[in-house]
Design a protein around this ligand. Structure first.
Ligand code: GTA
Length: 315
């Protein structure tokens, strides 16, 4: 399959793009990392989620092998060492030892990690929850008001205290404006696994449940300008994009996920992802749609919200 490399031309309105592939060197803080346990592991995804200690603080480290890009092939073939494993008739298998710059591992560090982070990355059985509008008010809302993950990272982005150089597009309007930037799950090396998020400047919209027809101008704006910015920057038309919101999200500040169609991003399944186009249509036909409808979502076995649904006799 052809891997399309990320184009680096600047678009109108865009704010300084990060220098792809030219990240600054940083000291190896992981030299001191002490593994406690492996939270999950996927041979297929070539990733591992590890819980451990970093300078006596709880930390989660995510290691992921990155895709092989077409533009690296010539160097990969010419500059690697090849070790034969077996040969049989017309078939042979090898271990190719690539030059270090072509053999990087995308590494995400969450430190200090809360218990919620540790649970979030642990592979666990999940259960589908049926949440009516009343369940949201009596069970979910009180829980998320007390228990949700900090959204300081979101405010840092909106206030340009972090990731400012990564912003792809920004609309500064306080009501309908947003910041569009690469999700931290995307290494930005190829568009095949493109993943950006649009974060609203408006604060206080927690999730899909808070949306009413009043928010249609905001949603239209994110949809139209987000798609246009992605077309301009990455030459990817809207027919190649999956644009959606999560319910439940992990972070309760309204944001929209833009991923490349065909890329199986974590959380893009029907039990969690709501297409923005559908959200807009639903609000057009019923302004209170998301306040009143029953919504379905998966929860992990040890999620406290699941216990709250059980205690309320809703499972
Ligand atoms: N640019 O600091 C950040 C940042 N943070 C803290 C989160 N995001 C960030 N982006 C930037 N900078 O797509 C991104 C997340 C996510 C979005 C929040 O914001 O990557 P959400 O509120 O709907 O929450 O979206 P979601 O999708 O549940 O969060 P997340 O973290 O993606 O977790 C989903 C599941 O994906 C996890 O349980 C995990 O098991 C799985 N997963 C698989 N691969 C990875 C991976 N490489 N990294 C993280 N999680 C992964």
């Amino acid at each position: 399959m052809r891997q399309k490399k990320v184009k680096r031309a600047k678009a109108d309105h865009e704010i300084g793009a990060g220098e792809i592939g030219k990240e600054p060197e940083s000291e190896n803080i992981l030299a001191e990392f002490k593994t406690t346990n492996v939270l999950s592991f996927s041979a297929r995804e070539k990733s591992i989620f590890i819980h451990g200690k970093l300078a006596d603080q709880d930390a989660v480290v995510i290691l992921e092998k990155t895709p092989i890009t077409e533009d690296s092939l010539a160097e990969l073939f010419s500059d690697s060492r090849l070790k034969l494993d077996m040969r049989n008739d017309i078939y042979s298998t090898y271990r190719l030892q690539a030059p270090p710059q072509l053999n990087e591992i995308k590494t995400t560090v969450v430190c200090p990690a809360t218990e919620k982070h540790v649970k979030k990355y642990q592979r666990q059985e999940t259960f589908l929850v049926e949440e009516t509008g009343e369940d949201y008010q009596s069970i979910t809302l009180p829980y998320i008001q007390k228990q949700s993950l900090s959204i300081q990272w979101v405010y840092n982005i909106l206030e340009k205290k972090a990731e400012a150089e990564r912003i792809v597009y920004e609309d500064l309007d306080p009501d309908v404006g947003f910041v569009l930037l690469p999700d931290f799950k995307w290494d930005q090396k190829q568009v095949d696994n493109l993943y950006l998020i649009a974060i609203t400047h408006q604060r206080g919209i927690r999730s899909l449940r808070d949306l009413t027809s009043e928010h249609l101008p905001l949603l239209h704006n994110i949809f139209q300008k987000g798609k246009a910015a992605i077309l301009q920057r990455y030459s990817l038309p809207s027919s190649k994009l999956r644009v959606y919101l999560h319910y439940q999200p992990s972070y309760y500040h309204l944001h929209v996920h833009f991923t490349k169609l065909g890329y199986e991003a974590p959380g893009c399944g029907v039990e969690r992802a709501h297409l923005l186009a559908d959200v807009i249509q639903n609000l057009q036909s019923d302004p209170e749609y998301y306040r009143t409808r029953t919504l379905y979502f998966p929860l992990r076995a040890d999620d406290e919200l699941l216990s709250k649904f059980k205690e309320a006799g809703r499972l």
